[in-house]
Design a protein around this ligand. Structure first.
Ligand SMILES: C[S@@+](CC[C@H](N)C(=O)[O-])C[C@H]1O[C@@H](n2cnc3c(N)ncnc32)[C@H](O)[C@@H]1O
Length: 392
């Protein structure tokens, strides 16, 4: 397994737990690199030719192709393996977190050293799009709490998401933040934000990049789920990054108007409902200073940039992996939404993942031709991101 950076609250593994996690990691890697690409052959060699023979025309929509693919044994095998691997992955992480939860909670109570902070709001109402579903089949979802100062969901998320993308986001799993920092540094070299807000920060994996690359900025990070924030705060302190975490709904935060020079999010949009998405973009507009920017990084890609086969593969997440809003974000023109709510300009495009923000020349461009369709696998969501940027 690739190396994950150790810190005070990362759940440790005994021999058997590590063996099971290694198995989940290897299975996921095998499915995304070896098994997944065969579904394209299934579509083009068997399913589409049969559809054309039976109906006298090509499939016109992703629903038509999806229905036809559902009967293909190889595609069924891929889907069944992919869902199984997801469950095996969470199980393998959950058992080691359960074993050491009291110690992890104890470690998280240790005072921080960086001057970062954690502000929780126990009376915050959980949006229904969060409480009604265990997103990406993570047991208990993001917000379940069964004990005092619970951070179980954060610990599961840290280890599980590392395994889920086969370690491709780096030892700290911060590649999404590094990529946006690289983009900002390369394209706006004079930009020196004083205040940065990360919305839907989860455990602050991507947030970690901002205090590193903009050390003079005050970095804030909000999420609705307390267990993620408790864990994220302890993790950031252990890693020496000063971040101010608070439990807030990104649709309506308590920050003043015109407060931030930069608002970012990473993988938030594909986990919110349509009404929430518009409210979140409006909130970005409210809290940004005039002339300043928001940038949102996603792994939900526009259907318009995909062939029908890729659309079917992305749809699989919506229908089978507890990602109910994924199809919605793939059909939403978020830049148009930003202009509608008042952003002076808004644009979108693709960014290659950056490993070294100080050196990489990260620019917004069209979708790379060789982008693989498998969202949990090879390129999309691991090496290529979809980004929407707006200026107030
Ligand atoms: C996929 S995770 C984000 C991961 C994180 N940004 C990263 O890249 O490391 C999506 C997060 O958005 C949060 N979220 C969803 N809707 C939200 C809202 N309205 N306000 C704040 N957080 C929200 C969820 O609790 C979850 O932690």
């Amino acid at each position: 397994m690739l190396h994950q950076a150790k810190h005070a609250v990362l759940p440790q593994t005994d021999h058997d737990e590590l063996a099971r996690q290694e198995f989940a990691f290897t299975l996921k890697t095998h499915i995304s690199t070896d098994v997944g690409p065969g579904t394209r052959d299934a579509a083009h060699v068997r399913v589409i030719p049969k559809f054309a023979r039976d109906r006298g025309r090509q499939p016109q929509t992703r629903v038509e192709l999806r229905d036809a693919m559902d009967d293909d044994p190889y595609h069924q095998m891929w889907g069944s393996l992919t869902r199984l691997a997801q469950e095996v992955m969470w199980d393998s992480v959950e058992e080691s977190v359960a074993r050491q939860l009291p110690e992890l909670i104890g470690a998280a109570r240790a005072p921080g050293k960086t001057g970062g902070s954690l502000k929780l709001n126990p009376s915050l109402a959980m949006p229904r799009y969060m409480s009604a579903v265990d997103i990406h089949a993570m047991p208990g979802g993001y917000a379940a709490e069964v004990t005092e100062d619970d951070l179980r969901a954060g610990a599961i998320f840290d280890r599980g998401t590392f395994i889920n993308v086969c370690g491709t986001q780096g030892p700290l799993h911060d590649a999404r933040g590094r990529t946006l920092c690289s983009y900002l540094r390369h394209n706006y070299p004079a930009f020196r934000p004083k205040r940065i807000l990360d919305m839907g920060c989860s455990i602050g994996q991507a947030t970690l990049a901002y205090p590193k690359h903009f050390p003079d900025a005050q970095v804030h990070a909000v999420d609705v789920a307390a267990p993620l924030l408790r864990y994220g705060h302890a993790r950031a302190e252990a890693l020496g990054r000063r971040i101010h975490f608070s439990q807030q709904n990104a649709e309506t935060t308590d920050f003043p108007d015109d407060h931030f020079d930069l608002v970012v999010s990473h993988l938030l949009f594909h986990e919110t409902s349509s009404p929430a998405l518009e409210k979140i973009i409006r909130e970005c507009h409210r809290v940004l200073r005039p002339g300043e920017k928001m940038i949102h990084l996603e792994l939900g890609l526009p259907y318009k940039d995909m062939d029908l086969y890729e659309q079917v593969i992305h749809d699989w997440q919506t229908l089978n992996n507890a990602e109910p809003f994924w199809a919605k974000i793939n059909s939403t023109d978020t830049a148009a939404l930003a202009r509608k709510v008042g952003f002076r300009e808004a644009t979108s495009g693709y960014l290659e993942r950056s490993e070294h923000p100080e050196e990489d020349e990260t620019t917004l461009g069209p979708k790379p031709n060789d982008t693989d369709a498998h969202p949990q696998g090879a390129r999309v969501g691991c090496e290529v991101f979809y980004v929407m940027q707006g200026t107030k």
